[in-house]
Write a protein that binds this ligand. Sequence first.
Ligand code: SF4
Length: 71
Amino acid sequence: MAERRRRACLSCPELRAPGGHPIHRLAGASGSGVCGLCSCAVEKKVMLPTESCPAPAPDDPALDRWGEPRD
Ligand code: SF4
């Protein structure tokens, strides 16, 4: 799950460079890219089953960019 999500994030146009935000440093994710839509550190986000990608898949709006069903 996490690896598939990570690959999607790393090729996503919304991915931003690590921002060094204090909350990311506290979470040990200061070197991680950041999602431009939700500001989450993607290296942490992709590992959490409760997380979801905020963007629809380009080819199927019923799925997110991780290929998972949207809420
Ligand atoms: S969580 Fe979704 S929108 Fe954000 S960087 Fe990853 S794939 Fe892109």
